[in-house]
Ligand binder design. Structure first.
Ligand code: PLP
Length: 388
């Protein structure tokens, strides 16, 4: 068995040690955070500490952070026609989405299908701001949902510019910062986001925890997805996932503290990986390479490569990579992100994503490039099944 190297950090990151310790400690706290006795108050303290830590990662106030079961749930919660701003209860009539959003945003939350409109991206995978300007002029009260960084290409979106356009028209902006958090600056004020989504497992916390953060208490979400006991100030009923939330807080604290150093580390290794890819196969195409990207993501292909075959070939050589988004793995479907960028089949069928993280090493990159050498050589000899 070859030693394993993990290159699927955009699907999920390993649990940070600090998050594991916080999770284990929280499991020993018996109380229900809604109980008034000492045990309950101890559980409450863990949640409120985590709220501070998650808020700090995005420059928000703790009172503007609402914990959910995932980034998906936070997106679903945010995409509501009923969002009120400073008491304005008129419904938002339109949802504008970039064509490259994650499926949990593309599903449209609580908006009717007919109320959802796609915004195009350019060939580099960046939102077309002129198209946003035109669309918001027609629907000035729209809710706009944009990701800060794309999960497949890593391309960073011009969110602050989009926010200025949206707000000038009278619209609202939700930002899915799930992939960006811990990798680039995600200050909610600097971004101009009214609402912002986070997911614990992308920053080194556990899977199954997320957060919706609002810019200020001017913003009110009157229609929770889960009603009941009034937890999370009425926005998300159900006894809180205390251990998961505590671990999310611990991971967010480390991610915030170490972001600059980790980003530099990932970028140096990612550059080494991309240089190596091209040195082995000069026809390598890296998608979004001319745009600003996350420091950890490479989506690439070479003509003639099939993503499913390549993922298996890399896996057999000990490298865990993915074909586009993890959510679509297993389904032979061209990526909607590449399609929106104007990439045509067969190139779309060959895209492989290598995503790195804080514990990736130069030796991981070497292993990856060794696997790539074998794969590229099999491809150049025209072997149909390089995995065999
Ligand atoms: N948004 C983006 C951009 C993602 O990449 C993901 C997960 O891959 C999500 C949202 C969903 O987050 P979660 O896995 O916590 O539901």
């Amino acid at each position: 068995m070859p030693e394993r190297s993990y290159f699927d950090w955009n699907a999920t990151a390993p649990l940070r040690d600090e998050a594991r310790a916080a999770f284990a400690d929280a499991l020993s706290v018996a109380g229900n955070p809604s109980s008034v006795h000492a045990e309950g108050r101890a559980a409450r303290r863990l949640i409120e500490q985590a709220r501070e830590e998650v808020a700090a990662l995005v420059g928000a106030r703790a009172s503007d952070v609402f914990f959910t079961s995932s980034g998906t749930e936070a997106n679903m919660l945010a995409l509501s026609p009923a969002i009120e701003v400073a008491g304005d209860k008129r419904p938002r009539d339109k949802l504008l989405l970039s064509a490259i959003e994650h499926v949990s945003v593309r599903a449209g939350g609580r908006f009717a299908r007919e109320a959802i409109e796609d915004l195009p991206v350019d060939t580099h995978g960046r939102l077309d701001l002129a198209a946003l300007t035109t669309a918001i002029a027609k629907s000035p009260r729209a809710l706009v949902s944009l990701m800060l960084a794309n999960n497949e290409t890593g391309v960073i979106q011009p969110v602050a510019k989009a926010a200025a356009i949206v707000h000038a028209a009278g619209g609202l902006l939700h930002v899915d910062a799930v992939q960006a958090a811990g990798r680039i600056d995600c200050d909610i004020v600097a971004l101009g986001a009214d609402l912002l989504t986070l997911s614990a497992h992308k920053v080194g916390g556990p899977k199954g925890v997320g957060a919706l953060v609002r810019r200020s208490d001017d913003i009110h979400l009157p229609d929770p997805l889960i009603r009941g006991g009034g937890q999370e100030r009425g926005l998300r009923a159900g006894t809180e996932n205390v251990a998961g939330i505590a671990a999310f807080g611990a991971a967010a604290a480390v991610a915030g503290r170490q972001r600059a150093a980790e980003a530099a580390h990932m970028q140096a290794l990612r550059d080494m990986l991309e240089t190596g890819l091209r040195a082995v196969a000069s026809g390598t195409v890296v998608f979004g390479v001319h745009a600003e990207r996350l420091p950890n993501t490479t989506l690439f292909t070479v003509p003639g490569m099939k993503a499913e075959t390549a993922v298996i070939a890399f896996d057999l050589e000990g490298a865990a990579v993915s074909s586009g988004a993890a959510c679509s793995s297993g389904k032979v479907q061209p990526s909607h992100v590449l399609a929106a960028m104007g990439v045509l089949p067969p190139l779309t069928h060959g895209a492989v994503r290598a995503s790195l993280g804080w514990s990736t090493t130069a030796s991981d990159i070497e292993s990856f490039l060794n696997a790539w050498r074998k794969l590229a050589s099999a491809l150049s000899k025209g072997q149909a099944s390089v995995a065999a």
